[in-house]
Design a protein around this ligand. Structure first.
Ligand code: FE
Length: 289
């Protein structure tokens, strides 16, 4: 296996989004080629309702997919197509905005006031930016968990892991998205497609990434709230220290298309952006069949 080298480790940036939600952005609104096909990754974990309860009131999306993964608390969701629901712990909402939705996402803490979750934006290829909007709502028990004899656990949210297929289907960029947990003092090798770009986001414990033998660049030890960006290879290697290690691993095929991005709308050209914002002003953004 050729181990994916670590290109960079960075801490997320504190930002305020929506109506006043304090969150940490690992990447987004920057050099899109670094993470292509992924556009943005937000860590919206908070332990105090004042940090998140203002939520994300009505806003549009077009041209992307958003993936929300909740670990604690719930996110109430409603949209312009009449969909309503709530995402609870362990649940995933994979939303293909396609030609356009207008929605709101309102975090509600649990009994301890915790709201823990992550949102990943995946770009859509030009050929699918104006596709029909759709949702895949995945319950916790639908996410397969593969545990090996050392206790290394991989929850497969999307894509293939060995013989196991995640519940999210038909995603344009064919990404892999795993929630990986290593017990203390273990090393895991996770296969990735050599043509994919990949990153990890650590959210608990401590550990190192990359070739532990010293044969290549590695990173660590790193802990909670660290983004690790990998270079090309066919496997990601992670080792935990005595605290164990938990991280999200995402890998996807780069689209290599021009990106025109303003706020929650991501298209290929400035003209497409102008059209989208004109439609929002004129009330013709939502296009029904
Ligand atoms: Fe949104």
């Amino acid at each position: 296996m050729s181990v994916c080298p670590v290109l960079a480790t960075t801490a997320p940036t504190a930002v305020v989004e929506g109506a006043g939600v304090h969150l940490r952005r690992a990447f987004g609104f920057g050099r899109t080629e670094d993470f292509d096909p992924f556009l943005l990754f937000d860590d919206f974990r908070g332990d105090a309702p004042a940090a998140y309860s203002a939520g994300f009131p009505w806003h549009p999306h077009r041209g992307i997919e958003t993936v929300t993964y909740v670990l604690a608390g719930t996110v109430e969701h409603g949209d312009s197509l009449g969909n309503r629901g709530a995402m609870g712990p362990g649940q995933v909402q994979w939303m293909t905005a396609g030609r356009g939705i207008v929605h709101q996402e309102m975090p509600k803490g649990d009994a301890q006031g915790r709201m823990h979750g992550f949102q990943l934006w995946v770009n859509l290829p030009a050929s699918q930016k104006m596709t029909t909007p759709r949702y895949q709502h995945i319950h916790a028990e639908q996410v397969p968990q593969v545990v090996d004899d050392r206790g290394v656990s991989v929850r497969v949210i999307c894509g293939q892991f060995g013989q196991v297929c995640g519940p999210v289907q038909g995603v344009a960029a064919v990404p892999h998205y795993y929630d990986v947990e290593l017990p203390p003092g273990t090393t895991a090798s996770l296969a990735v497609d050599p043509g994919h770009q990949s990153f990890a986001y650590v959210f608990a414990g401590r550990g190192t990434f990359g070739a532990s033998s010293g044969a290549g660049p590695n990173a660590g030890p790193v802990g909670n709230r660290t983004l690790v960006r990998f270079g090309a290879g066919d496997g990601v290697v992670a080792s935990s220290d005595e605290q164990g290690l938990r991280f999200l691993l995402a890998a996807g095929a780069p689209l290599r298309e021009p990106v025109a991005w303003r706020g929650p709308i991501v298209m290929n050209t400035e003209e497409e952006l102008r059209q989208a914002y004109a439609q929002l002003r004129e009330g013709t953004f939502i296009q029904r069949d």
